[in-house]
Design a protein around this ligand. Structure first.
Ligand code: NDP
Length: 306
């Protein structure tokens, strides 16, 4: 069995070290230096060139290098019979939760305001804490942990997801009641997967249903957000600010208006980066499982798209 690592433009050395420390005998080929495509039974992917997987006639398993699989499912040439798995690991979750907690606290305790005040030497003790009720869109591996940690800090949290959920630990709205969810919160965290249904979900129609002054945190995918609608919602007061980690075009072009907008805080898609040491054990485990025809870990439902 050979594993092909396919992540154009990224250095794979840390992955090779982590994977070989668990399975020193495993044959690993790294794209574009794949000399023996017939031997490839498992691919480990991030943003592969469309159509490439057709070159591996014995492919049995496709694994995403991250939590998202939109970068795989957009390739319509992939044989639907080949299972797709994704990464769910404690380190990835930990980093994402830390990022969202930071974003919520920066808003709640207004760090940007005090940074601006410092430059102008302003001593303003008014309204030091903003009231927040945090709505988390997507209560899966990442969103649920965000809710747990924020709730532990005594913040009110409300979830929003695809399916009805009985006995969910926190107040929860299914997708049919987006309006009810938006009316109940004033900080909106997007942790949805990117699917046909969720693409462009953060648009002017959604913003018009928010409580005026809602704060947006998008850590999921750039294509969830209609970027010009964000500017419009900031201008008309439906939103008071945003913290963004993901963009429709990455890297964010130099001419993009987000760079200059003081109401928007930016980071360069670093909210939670998969850690090779933490994530490799589940790749190796899934390779074993596919070999022995056992149920796979973190299997993606292709019909749902996540
Ligand atoms: P999961 O698949 O575990 O959870 C997805 C959640 O979204 C589920 O709660 C699901 O609902 C809900 N959902 C799906 N479709 C809809 C819909 N149409 N309407 C409402 N809710 C919906 O995903 P993860 O938590 O592991 O990851 C979420 C996303 O975070 C990834 O897909 C990725 O794009 C992004 N991400 C970003 C990173 C970054 O660094 N910026 C790093 C890692 C991930 P239900 O529970 O009912 O099924």
């Amino acid at each position: 069995m050979s594993l092909a690592i396919i992540s154009p433009g990224k250095n794979s050395n840390a992955w090779i070290t982590a994977i070989q420390s668990l399975d020193p005998a495993l044959n690993i080929q790294v794209y574009p230096e794949i000399k023996d495509p017939e031997a490839v039974e498992v691919v480990f992917l991030w943003n592969h060139p469309e159509g490439l997987l057709g070159e591996f006639p014995n492919l049995k398993l496709i694994s995403s290098m991250g939590a998202g699989v939109d970068h795989i499912l957009r390739d319509k040439t992939i044989d639907p019979a080949i299972p797709i798995v994704r990464i769910v690991d404690e380190k990835l979750t930990w980093s994402m939760t830390n990022y969202v907690v930071m974003a919520v606290l920066n808003y709640h305790r207004q760090l940007s305001r005090y940074q601006r005040d410092k430059i102008r030497k302003v001593w303003d003790m008014s309204n030091p804490e903003l009231e927040v009720t945090i709505g988390v869109m997507g209560v899966g591996a990442l969103g649920y942990d965000v809710m747990e940690k924020l709730a532990y800090m005594d913040f009110p949290v409300i979830g929003f997801g695809f399916t009805e959920k009985k006995d969910f630990k926190y107040p929860y709205y299914p997708k049919e009641d987006l309006e009810g969810f938006l009316k109940a919160v004033n900080v909106l965290v997007c942790l949805l997967p990117l699917t046909a249904e969720t693409e462009n979900i953060l648009n002017s129609s959604l913003f018009s249903k928010c409580n005026p002054g809602t704060y947006l945190i998008n850590v999921a995918r750039g294509k969830h957000l209609v970027e010009e609608d964000l500017i419009e919602a900031l201008n008309n007061g439906q939103l008071s600010g945003a913290m963004l980690d993901v963009y429709r075009t990455e890297p964010l072009p130099e001419s993009h208006p987000f760079w200059e907008d003081p109401r928007i805080t930016l980071t360069p898609h670093i909210a939670s980066v998969t850690n090779p040491k933490a994530a490799s054990p589940q790749l190796i485990e899934n390779m074993k499982r596919v070999k022995y025809n056992e149920p796979l870990l973190n299997l993606v439902d292709r019909m749902k798209g996540y």
